[in-house]
Write a protein that binds this ligand. Structure first.
Ligand code: ACO
Length: 354
């Protein structure tokens, strides 16, 4: 018995934000962002739109593609680091808003950029346990709420049209190394048990965690070691904004993702050269190219869309997978390898026969 993906969908906001829009509110440039990261534009949600809304758009499309009703879905797995509420997670939010019956339990996971990858392995494990036959797996994130919106960020989506003050410009520039890299987006898949006997489906995953350097990429404030867990002092110190040691994370990404890909291939007696399509986390085009080079995979096997979406965290893998299926870059029978690395640090790789 194998877990197969029978439908995919994406949820993308309507506000396109080109690099030039960010250059208007901070000291950055289209040239810097393109050459350092590959990002040309990203999408931002409207005010009041959350990751659950993008996740629902993606989920609705995935259900339609799989031709499944809500009653046919046994459980929902929602991967996000940016839920609508501190608690509960987005699982119950989409369960109720989409009108799933109460017999559909939901699981919330938060492995950040590796969230969808971990979700794939979890969904496959739940199916292999024979407890559930059909799962809806969603990966969605909204990064706009991390941005210091009070400093004229409304310019980026046409909410306001004014020059920022020198103080606002300086404050935005202080977080430019992180803010320019992210966008909002979601993807979803329906995963089902299949005993058709062919070799389609989920083959294996290798997942890893190293929590010894959480500070490489984390949100220092708004946590439950603090009393109270959120305070004016934390907000004034911008402790609700993620901190990232960019170079540290970059170095880890180009070493750990190839390692994970090699390990998952070895576990199946497969050569890395046999991978037809590498669906790799879209954090930086230079990381994508570095990993491809290390694995000896030609560019046509390593698609990317970071130029259009930037890093959508749990959204990158399912959005790219969906686009490659839709335009025929992934065809039936092809060997697909998913890989991601992000905050935790969590990383890994999974093999899937389309
Ligand atoms: N615009 C203009 N200049 C900038 C910007 C910007 N947006 N950001 C930083 N700079 C400046 C820096 O201040 C620095 O200036 P200095 O030399 O005068 O000090 C210079 O550019 C170089 O900065 P570096 O940090 O050395 O640039 P680098 O080439 O390393 O690129 C980047 C930075 C893009 C962040 C890269 O390190 C990276 O992509 N890291 C990995 C990110 C990642 O994979 N994250 C994981 C996923 S996210 C998740 O899990 C939630």
């Amino acid at each position: 018995m194998r877990s197969i993906i029978t439908g995919t969908g994406i949820g993308i906001p309507t506000n396109v934000v080109p690099n030039a829009a960010l250059a208007r509110i901070m000291d950055t440039s289209d040239e810097w962002i393109r050459t350092r990261s590959g990002v040309e534009q990203r999408y931002y949600v409207d005010a009041g739109q959350g990751s659950s809304d993008l996740g629902m758009m993606a989920a609705e499309a995935a259900l339609g593609a799989a031709k499944r009703t809500r009653e046919e879905i046994d459980a929902i797995v929602f991967a996000t680091m940016t839920p609508d509420f501190f608690f509960p997670g987005n699982g119950p939010v989409v369960q109720a808003k989409m009108g799933f019956p109460e017999s559909t339990p939901t699981f919330d996971i938060r492995q950040q950029c590796s969230g969808f990858l971990y979700g794939l392995d979890l969904a496959d494990s739940l199916i292999q346990s024979r407890k559930y036959k059909r799962l809806l797996l969603i990966g969605a994130d909204v990064h706009t709420p991390f941005m210091p919106w009070q400093n004229g960020w409304g310019n980026t989506v046409g909410e306001v049209d004014r020059d920022v003050t020198p103080e606002e410009y300086a404050a935005n520039t202080a977080v430019r190394d992180r803010t320019v890299l992210f966008g909002d987006g979601a993807g979803a898949v329906v995963m089902e048990a299949s005993d058709s006997g062919d070799d389609r489906g989920f083959l294996a995953a290798r997942l890893y965690t190293d929590g010894s350097n959480i500070e490489a990429l984390y949100v220092p404030g708004v946590g439950f070691r603090r009393r109270p867990y959120v305070s004016h002092e934390q907000v004034e110190g911008a402790e609700q904004i993620p901190l990232m040691e960019g170079r540290e994370v970059f170095k880890m990404a180009v070493v750990k993702m190839p390692e994970a890909v090699r390990n998952v291939c070895a576990s199946q007696g497969i050569e890395t050269a046999d991978i037809d399509v590498l669906i790799i986390h879209q954090a930086n085009l230079r990381i994508v190219e570095g990993v491809a080079k290390q694995l000896g995979l030609p560019p046509e096997k390593v698609p990317h869309n970071i130029e259009r979406y930037a890093n959508t965290t749990a959204g990158t893998l399912p959005i790219l997978f969906h686009e490659c299926l839709a335009d025929g870059r992934i065809k039936p029978g092809m060997l697909v390898c998913f890989t991601a690395l992000g905050s935790g640090m969590h990383w890994g790789a999974a093999l899937y026969r389309a």
